[in-house]
Ligand binder design. Sequence first.
Ligand code: PEP
Ligand code: MN
Length: 337
Amino acid sequence: MIIVMKMSAADADVQGVVDRIQEFGLRTHLSRGEERTIIGIIGDERPINKEMLERLEGVEKVLPVLPPYKLASRDFKAENTVISLNGTRIGDRQVVVMAGPCAVENAQQMREVARVLKDVGVTILRGGAFKPRTSPYSFQGLGREGLEILAEVGSEFGLSIVTEVTAPEDVPLVAEYADILQVGTRNMQNYALLHALGEHRRPVLLKRGIMSTLQELLMSAEYILSHGNYRVMLCERGIRTFETYTRNTFDINAIPVLKDLTHLPVIADPSHGTGKWELVGRVARAAVAAGADGLLIEVHPHPEQALSDGAQSLKPERFVALMRELRLVAEAVDRGL
Ligand code: PEP
Ligand code: MN
């Protein structure tokens, strides 16, 4: 349920409602809009009686939240969530690009990419240190050394860092080095990991499971939100379909659907969504046109030598050209980039 307070409600009225809800052992989430405050109930609300709440001072109405992902839903919070990160605002008017290689391989590779990002005004550097690979024989990432390289290059170039965390016990370690913690497609339903991320305060980039519905993605976001971390962004990265020409099928529908269902920022990953560098630019443009708040793009200085995902990685000069194209698309849909 959400409790919509009257425009005239005083702070004491809001507190009165919060106190009453807490008496039932439940938690609340306050959403203070320009005109009125909305109080959301977190937890099993069966013991709470709607009429009782409606009689409290300052309450205008009590409404059910129909989707099972309550905290993530637009019913619960109508305005977009904006995640501020070292001066970059994710979920606001500006489309935010995060770019870099699939995996951190060495410091020189990361510096080459960071220089390119800096030149085109990109503020977030990506790179995997812990790589969950389909084959145990593939490069698994540099682990802690990769995190150290990321943090060093990030601070040298003034870039924020996004990198994947694959296990709950690694969350504190990765959070020490990174600004955004990524949950990969293979871990979208790793509930122990989602729980650990919910108790942390670092923003989370939650990628859609390769065979997950949008509702399942939103329920995974709900795990993080319900443990207290509200800085979550969702990422469409392609799903498995019967089509095998591309590595995955980028679900363009996901972008406007998620924008309708949730207030959380929506990021598009055309690199994993296609698996082919030749397609990345065109799908990236489509995602911006469809309303994505950001893009995650793999860029490698020498894709032919990449230890992971070379086939879908853009060379720096192609990435620079794409940024110019993306700016035009963003302007056409009344966004900036
Ligand atoms: C990645 O971003 O490099 C990655 C492994 O992504 P996904 O989990 O979507 O495959
Ligand atoms: Mn990758």
